[in-house]
Design a protein around this ligand. Structure first.
Ligand code: ADP
Ligand code: NI
Length: 241
């Protein structure tokens, strides 16, 4: 049975809404919808692409992350395959979607990104834009509240995070503020589509201003204060331009 391609997106949307609504670590239904919206916007400003693959991948990209279970790196594409087969998607669409899901994940500043098709680059940019700008503040706060990560600490950020360090969000250097230096302010240079970079420029500027303001308001003597001037200086480093 081959299902009509419009049905595939509709059914996948209903399925993911049901799965992700109420999720609390930043991979909720709103996140999936925003990635879908970002991806459609980027796709509308570029060359012709396979929109069905983009829409399905945007909806499904965090299908296994929501459980907070990262034991199997390919669990997302495996679960997406099971779902897409169950609704009668054809093999070409399934393999395109699954290849992209395996390549959207960020593995730390020292890890290179996978080479992806244009559809994959669009979804990856769409997902990264969701971790930038106002959404960066919102989602990082939510993540921190859920896992008890401090807002700021006396530890400086690690600038070249290995995959292992990146995944270990309970390490002592991780904090709301340090996460901007360790990941979020580096994302602009990881965007690869023209329109994605354009949106990314604004969101990057927003985050820089936010962090600058945040640091300037820290009271002398409080936790993290001894790092304030180093962090303000670091904000001017070429890697964050
Ligand atoms: P994505 O869905 O963009 O691939 P991640 O799974 O890496 O995102 O993270 C989801 C969100 O959770 C991020 O955008 C960020 O705000 C927050 N987050 C991820 N890792 C950390 C961390 N180590 N410390 C604080 N917040 C984090
Ligand atoms: Ni995501």
């Amino acid at each position: 049975m081959i299902t009509n391609t419009n049905d595939l997106v509709g059914k996948t949307s209903d399925y993911m809404k049901n799965l992700l609504e109420g999720e609390s670590s930043g991979h909720d239904w709103i996140h999936a919808l925003n990635v879908l919206e970002n991806a459609r916007e980027i796709a509308a400003h570029g060359k012709e692409v396979n929109l069905i693959v983009i829409e399905l991948t945007a909806l499904l990209h965090d299908i296994s992350d929501w459980k907070g279970d990262n034991s199997d790196e390919n669990s997302g594409s495996k679960e997406a395959r099971v779902w897409l087969e169950s609704i009668g998607s054809d093999e070409k669409i399934i393999s395109d979607v699954c290849n992209i899901i395996d390549g959207v994940t960020y593995y730390g500043s020292s890890s290179k990104d996978k080479v992806l098709s244009i559809e994959g680059q669009i979804v990856r940019d769409a997902d990264r834009l969701e971790a930038m700008g106002e959404r960066a503040v919102e989602r990082t706060r939510k993540f921190g509240e859920k896992y008890g990560i401090p807002e700021i600490s006396d530890y400086m950020p690690i600038l070249d995070l290995t995959e292992e360090q990146y995944k270990n969000f309970r390490r002592k250097e991780n904090s709301f503020v340090n996460h901007f230096f360790e990941k979020l302010l580096l994302l602009r240079n990881r965007l690869t589509t023209n329109w994605g970079r354009k949106i990314g420029d604004d969101r990057h500027g927003y985050m820089k201003k936010f962090i600058k303001n945040y640091l300037e308001k820290i009271t002398p003597g409080s936790i993290g204060y001894k790092n304030v001037s180093s962090l303000l200086g670091l904000l001017e480093d070429s890697r964050y331009k």
